[in-house]
Each structure stands twice: as structure tokens, then as C-alpha cells.
Design a protein around this ligand. Sequence first.
Ligand SMILES: *Cc1c(COP(=O)(O)O)cnc(C)c1O
Length: 400
Amino acid sequence: MIAYGKQLISQEDVAAVERALLSDFLTCGPEVEAFETEIAARTGAKHAIAACNATAALHLAVMAGGVKRGERVLTSPNTFLASANCVAYAGAIPDFVDINTASGNMDPKELECRWKPDTTAVIAVDFAGQAANMPEIAAIARRNGALVIEDAAHSVGGALFHEGAFHQIGGHPWADITIFSFHPVKTLTTGEGGMLLTSNDEIAARARRLRTHGMERNAGLFQGFGVESGPLAEVGPWVYEMQDLGYNYRITDLQCALGRAQLGRLDSFLDRRRSIVAEYNAAFDGLPWLRTPRLEREEERESTSWHLYSTWMDFEWLGRSRTAVMAELRDKEVGSQVLYIPVYLQPWYRRTYGYKPGYCPRAEALYAGALSLPLYPGMTDRDVKTVIEAVLQLATNRVC
Ligand SMILES: *Cc1c(COP(=O)(O)O)cnc(C)c1O
């Protein structure tokens, strides 16, 4: 079976994890710091803070970014639940901005329309690996004094093109905080894992504290326990202070050892993804019933990380349901996946915030025809051919 997405693990990865496993540190050790340093260097972010998954990193971003209970945070409906759930964790209100149909990313014009006086942050999502229009989104947010978070779970290793230059995702100036995911279907894996990137020193310090129970160990920043003298006031080397209510969102050294080994091959992973995308496009361009992924900025063809090959299919034209089409593909060993159900349609979101179908019509229209085809660096040429043949066969079996 050819899955829609999958990790690529080498002997190098296995050896790196084995070394970490036999070292003195399984967690809180040098692999975590080294992974953070290497991701910071690659992206150009001043700070990189690794977390146990991207959902935790998003929660840290919302908290460290200062989003308060009752405030409104605008995100894309065309995303995984985590981009909006992190807002609800903080007691704030997740709200949704309709998308650009071509890219599946938040449309800046719609962002302007959905803005309300209580909006204090935006979480843009780089759908399928293509960067959202961060310069325009940041301009709108900053004009309103709002925080900008980029959920770059799909775009690890990618770059955004703006005014004649490429800017690494995670290091460019149009996001205050960027989040990466290292789940196995993403472009680089640690099993479970995520990273928060920022160039803001205060946000970084808060995120680090919140990752470990809100504990501060730097004596220079202590606030004291309310006792002036005696043993309770002694500031010995054992003292830590809990200054905020944090969590245990740490990642292990085993995972970061894997991440570092993977990072060394990230460019080769991305090259393979791009060449598969080019092969698919050549085979599928011009079909009346299948829309290949579109770029908002053509310059990004070689800088987009292509987490997904997300097509839009006209199931009505094909004369059968998406379920039937997926079953036909599965019969030929071709996996596929539907990404995404607009988040606000989820029962919990409708019940909690009163959202109704029709709130973001373009996201709903995209969902109606969405089908992601297999895309991962371990695909063989034979696999790619199998997928292309199975997809082209769908039209031959058209039911009129
Ligand atoms: C995968 C994903 C996440 C969450 O990542 P985890 O590491 O699984 O928590 C968040 N946002 C988007 C857009 C994702 O695709």
C-alpha cells in the first residue's frame, strides 16, 4: 500500500537514536539543545524551543505571545484541529477566515473583513507547504497591534518569496512566532515533536518557562517566596520558582537525535518531494476533473516544501462519490487522504461558539473536492507511476 504520507528512516537515523539511548541523557540533555541550535541556524530564527509535539508548541505560542482569556484569534478553517484548539486551550475564541481557493491559504482580504475589535492574534497556516501570504497578513495584524503566529507544520524547510528575495520560514520578519511539526507524515520527523521559533527574547523566555511547569531557575529573575529571612528565604542552588502555570511539554533526547539526523537529509527529502510533484503535474495538468495544486507565487515552485499533493477532484463529473474513488484507488494499493474538514464544522466548535455551515464557503467548496495523493521522499519511481496510472484510470471508469 502506498500511503498518502510517510517517514523515511535510514541506518544513520537508527544509529543516532541508539547513541542517544546509550548516553547519560534520555531527556533534558545535549541533543535537545543541539537540535534547537541547528533549526535556529537553518531558519535564521534567534530562538528555537523544541516541544513534545506541534500542538503543545502552538499552545506555548498562544500563551507566551500573551493571548488572554476571551480575546479573539483568527485562523484558517482549512487546517488540522490543532491550529484552532490551541486558542481554545487558552480560553480565547478561535475564529475563522476564508481562504484563497487556489492555494488553500488564508485570504488577507477576508482577514480584513473578519477583524473585530477583540481580535488580538492571527494564526496563519502554510497549507500543504506553501507559505501563507505572511507579508500582507502581518501588515493587517500589526496595524491592529495583533500578534502573528505562523503554523508552519507543513512547511518545515520551505521558503517564502517576497520582493525579489527568498526568506526562510521560521526566520522571516512577518511572523512573531512560527511552529514546526515533526510528526511522521511531515517533511522531517522525530516520531512526535514540534518546535517554536521566535526572534523575540521575551516570548522565547516565557515559552521556555511554560514548557517546564512555568519554572524559573535563573536566580537573577527570582521574585521570592514572600519570606524576608531565615531558611525559607535562602537562595541556594536548589531553588526554582514557579512564576506561571506551565506544563510538561518537553521532548526527549532520543527524539532530537532522530531529528538532527533527519535534518541532515532534509534538503534531499524536499528535492524528492518537488520532483514527484513535477511528475504528477505533468501527468495531471489539463484534466477537466482534477485541479493540481496551485501556487500563489510561482517563484516558490522550488522553495515550497510540498508536505501534501492536495488535488481538487470533481466527483460529480466522475459520477461517483469520494468514498468510491478512494476505494478504487485503494484497490490499486494507492492511499489517499481528505484534508481538511473546515474546523468550525466540528460538533464541539458549533456547540461551543455557534458556528454554522456556510461560514467560510470557499473552505467548504475546497473540502468538497479535496483529495491528497501519496507524496513522500521514500516513494520509488514505480510507486509514482502506480499512482499516476490509478488516478488516470478514474476517468476511464467515469459513470455518466
Ligand atoms: C500536524 C499539524 C499540527 C499538529 O502537529 P502535531 O505535531 O501532531 O501536534 C498542527 N497544525 C497543522 C497544520 C498540522 O498539519
